[in-house]
Design a binder for this molecule. Sequence first.
Ligand code: SF4
Length: 325
Amino acid sequence: MPVASWSRIRTWRRCHRQFDYKYAQRLARRKPKPPLLRGAILHEMLDARSMKLNPIKILDGYAKQYKSLFVEERELYGDIIEDLRRIYQGYDMQYADDGYKTLASEEFVATDMSNNLRFIGYIDKRVVDQHGRQWIMDHKTGKNIPGADARYSDLQLLLYVWAYNKEHPTDRISGVIWDYVRTKPPTIPELLKKGGLSIAKNINTDYATYMQAIEDNDLDPADYKERLTDLQAQESPFFRRVLLPNPSAKMVEQVVEDFRNTAIECVTLSPVSKARNMTRDCSSCEFHSICDAELRGADADFIRKNEFIVKDPNEHGDQEEELDN
Ligand code: SF4
């Protein structure tokens, strides 16, 4: 029976050519674009955190790989290891006592959408709150935290609610949580020439980073009490959780219906349609180089061999992509 996952359908909606590269040819970049790599490592670390493993060990593993990169590759990725370390520390501090317990991470869910179409997907996290309600929590990484309008295009999480509840009618999910994490790290406050840290309010930082800077410079937190209190009180510009409790049956039904219709179109047309959907977003497409070479009649095979690998068909590849690039 044909299967449809959200990432396949999202790609199909975006561009049929991109779908062909990604799912028919199973191409993936040898060197992922920096925002994607940041997002992928952060996801791994957050998975480890929820499974009570040590996320810093994961980062240390990447640090070893990072050291073996060529200079130009390191320039491409920037100081990704230290940035991620700071982002993770801030996240860990922000949600140290969030009251959610993880029941499952990267959980496979599958259910029939019709007699000849099956939905498959991976739930980032299934968590339970202090009142015993279950939620789907989805980590969304990106340069910025989107507003409510942008979240409209992220309602696919309701598909997972529908699929899970269909398969587990006595153990239902109550709602979804978008767990936004910015991949831009908080700024480390500057050490002033006259001594001490800058207390300027326009520094885009957070409590964990500011506190760490105090410790790193052997300063006394009491001298920065006001700034620390402000940072503790403000809504974090780096992390945000947005909850959608009890989505209505009508809303879920419409998301499922739209998905089903596109999935049927995708199953029918994807063997034949490789049409490009060229937009300004093409510059951030991971297949831009090969797509462009094929369009211009340049040596696309050379690009294919040098820049891409062919992924294992068993890799699920259903991870979320970046919010923005
Ligand atoms: S570069 Fe644009 S047209 Fe080409 S595959 Fe990517 S999204 Fe499609």
